[in-house]
Design a protein around this ligand. Structure first.
Ligand code: HEC
Ligand code: HEC
Ligand code: HEC
Ligand code: HEC
Ligand code: HEC
Length: 352
């Protein structure tokens, strides 16, 4: 009798081990009440027949649905799990660091990536990424311009872009240990941005609340690998030899070090560093820079001569209130409004 009780206890304990996952390094791993999520979307991972591959029903809309919210808050609770919200159906109180698809849905094409299930096809670009070049895209499948942009998969941004199906391309990541973020696997790529199996995924330091409470001290840390990721679909805007005579802003250098001279020594002039520090500046969430290597903790220090201009210095990834998914209203900057905003956070000499 006693033996039986012990076995039962051991079994219960083993079951608990299966259910409760212990995240290492404080990184988030989805766990908890399985039903909360898995019954929301019945068939999420159901096999069509035993032994057959999983059938992923409505995969892309599933990503959209779970990561959206009818209310203003941008972190929603699902059982015990915090879900980062990237598409708010009402104006978001505080967009997460990638921005919010609300803007492209409500204010139209120029405000964001027209992702399937959120916004209809972009009337200017259609399904085609501006500057797309098949030879520069490491994906074995490539971008299919007859099909809409998706969250993940070969026509999307997240996951392994060698795999066409959005769900299959990130399968397993939500439950995997995702630290360190070294780009080795999809789960260990920054925000699951693996690019493809053959190349290194995006690296970085993931802010624990996805930028919800971001400040100059506590924020995501990017590396220039984010530029390569954006360039997988937009290489024509990125590679100098392909830029030609288009709008001068396409020529903006990206992936270059913020020079340790002249106007750049006053990066973010509105927030000067303490008087006793020399050669350093304070990080601006409005024109963030990338780090040459992933730091262990996020830092408010910006070093001209070391830190790097990236696509996300000017753009957000999902959607913003401004044209071209910029971090600021470009028109009001070029028309010479007061203050050191937008371009003038780096080009401090021109704002004076
Ligand atoms: C917060 C929502 C959520 C909760 C809670 C949740 N899951 Fe999942 N699960 C997902 C999502 C989303 C996917 C599909 C995407 C992926 O695999 O990353 C998934 C995929 C899976 C998969 C297939 C991929 C893999 O890792 O093999 C299994 C198995 C799974 N879940 C089991 C569980 C179990 C068991 C629990 C309870 C301990 C659980 N899930 C709780 C959201 C959740
Ligand atoms: C059932 C709800 C659910 C579905 C469906 C779902 N997710 Fe998630 N997702 C979550 C939760 C919960 C988290 C937060 C996990 C954590 O704390 O890291 C998350 C986190 C993420 C993250 C951020 C990872 C990080 O590093 O913080 C990405 C990117 C993501 N999901 C993409 C997707 C994509 C793409 C799909 C569709 C293929 C998808 N999700 C489907 C619930 C879901
Ligand atoms: C999987 C391919 C893909 C990747 C990767 C990608 N984009 Fe795009 N992007 C597109 C497509 C498709 C369009 C055109 C349709 C649209 O605007 O939604 C586009 C349009 C844009 C536009 C113009 C928006 C407009 O509507 O005028 C900007 C700006 C942009 N992308 C920036 C970025 C940045 C920054 C990154 C990296 C964080 C990135 N993209 C990564 C596919 C991609
Ligand atoms: C210094 C700021 C800055 C940086 C850095 C930057 N961009 Fe842009 N980008 C802009 C501006 C401003 C526009 C609006 C273009 C215009 O109106 O001339 C733009 C436009 C775009 C467009 C839309 C082009 C079109 O034809 O619709 C895409 C796509 C884009 N950028 C992608 C990128 C990618 C990818 C990177 C990184 C490799 C990047 N940008 C880096 C400022 C920047
Ligand atoms: C994150 C910092 C940063 C931001 C924000 C920024 N720039 Fe730059 N910009 C630079 C750096 C660094 C250079 C290269 C300086 C050098 O090498 O001499 C540069 C160069 C330029 C050049 C010279 C072009 C070339 O090919 O060398 C122009 C024009 C320019 N920027 C315009 C803009 C405009 C317009 C904006 C706003 C849309 C902007 N910049 C935003 C950092 C920035």
């Amino acid at each position: 009798m006693k033996k039986k009780a012990t076995i039962v206890t051991v079994l219960i304990f083993l079951c608990m081990l299966l259910v409760i996952r212990f995240p290492k390094g404080g990184e988030a791993v989805v766990s908890g009440d399985c039903e909360v999520c898995h019954s929301l979307y019945p068939g999420m991972m159901e096999a069509a027949a035993p032994g057959k591959p999983l059938r992923y029903v409505l995969q892309n809309s599933m990503c959209v649905n779970c990561h959206s919210n009818a209310e203003r808050n941008t972190i929603k609770m699902l059982g015990g799990a915090r879900v980062p919200v990237v598409y708010s159906r009402v104006e978001p109180e505080r967009p997460l660091s990638g921005g919010n698809f609300y803007y492209v849905k409500v204010f139209g094409d120029r405000r964001g990536h027209n992702v399937d299930g959120i916004a209809p096809v972009d009337t200017k670009n259609m399904f085609m990424p501006p500057g797309y070049d098949r030879f520069s895209d490491p994906s074995a499948v490539g971008f299919n311009d007859k099909k809409p942009l998706a969250c993940a998969g070969s026509n999307g941004c997240h996951g392994n872009r060698n795999i066409e199906n959005p769900f299959a391309s990130i399968l397993g990541t939500h439950h995997s240990e995702d630290f360190p973020v070294d780009g080795s696997t999809t789960a260990r790529s920054y925000r699951f941005l693996k690019r493809t199996a053959e190349v290194k995924g995006v690296t970085g330091l993931e802010d624990k609340d996805w930028g919800y409470t971001a400040s100059s001290k506590e924020h995501n840390e990017y590396t220039p690998s984010i530029n390569s990721f954006c360039a997988d679909c937009h290489s024509g805007l990125y590679r100098r030899d392909e830029i030609g005579n288009a709008s001068p802003w396409f020529r903006h250098p990206t992936g270059i070090v913020l020079p340790k001279r002249g106007e750049y020594m006053k990066y973010n002039p509105d927030v000067p560093p303490p008087a006793d520090s020399s050669g350093i500046r304070i990080y601006s969430l409005d024109a963030p820079v990338a780090r040459p290597v992933v730091p262990a903790v996020s830092s408010e220090v910006v070093r001209p001569g070391t830190d790097v201009v990236m696509c996300l210095s000017c753009h957000v990834a999902h959607g913003s209130p401004n044209e071209f998914m910029l971090r600021w209203d470009y028109d009001s900057i070029v028309s010479g409004e007061e203050g050191s905003t937008g371009c003038f956070i780096c080009h401090t000499g021109k704002g004076e």
